[in-house]
Write a protein that binds this ligand. Structure first.
Ligand code: 5GP
Ligand code: ZN
Length: 137
């Protein structure tokens, strides 16, 4: 993708402080971190979001995630870590090239991330589950 900033960074056209690189991914520091040590894993081939990602590539990509998470935890001394991946503007995606966030978390930090717990009517969860299950490819 010619005008995709993450294509350029992932493939080394634009230099970046790289934490990890292999044939599939490059992991870099986020330019506007939620916390010090906030990193993003960029897929090397242009995939806009999770809906365009094939399961085989997904498996290879995700195998990198625990390794990077462990290294960030060790270096930052964080108490916890959010792995976050946004798809679509409604979900907060701003760069339309698939990436995974690693956000170090500290007890009582001021990072906002969450939702008000909702509820289901009787039988509603099972009904939705059955519909989704029928669509799994
Ligand atoms: P999204 O909101 O799409 O899930 O996340 C995009 C992330 O990419 C943001 O956290 C933003 O700070 C980061 N970002 C955007 N442009 C650049 C860039 O040029 N370099 C780096 N390192 N991070 C970027
Ligand atoms: Zn791209």
């Amino acid at each position: 993708m010619e005008n995709c900033i993450f294509c350029k960074i992932a493939n080394g056209v634009i230099p970046s402080a790289t934490i990890f690189e292999n044939d599939d991914v490059r992991v870099i520091m986020d330019i506007n971190p939620a916390a010090k040590g906030h990193a993003i894993l960029l897929v090397k081939k242009h995939v806009a979001n999770i809906f365009e990602l094939d399961p085989d590539t997904a498996g290879r990509i995700f195998s990198v995630v625990p390794r990077v998470a462990a290294a960030i935890k060790k270096v930052t001394g964080c108490d916890g870590l959010n792995i976050l991946q946004n798809n679509g503007t409604a979900a907060g995606q701003t760069v339309f090239h698939l990436h995974i966030h690693f956000i170090p978390r500290f007890e009582n930090d001021k990072i906002l991330m969450g939702w008000k717990p909702g509820s289901y009517a009787d039988g509603e969860a099972a009904e939705i589950a059955a519909k989704i299950a029928a669509e799994i490819k």
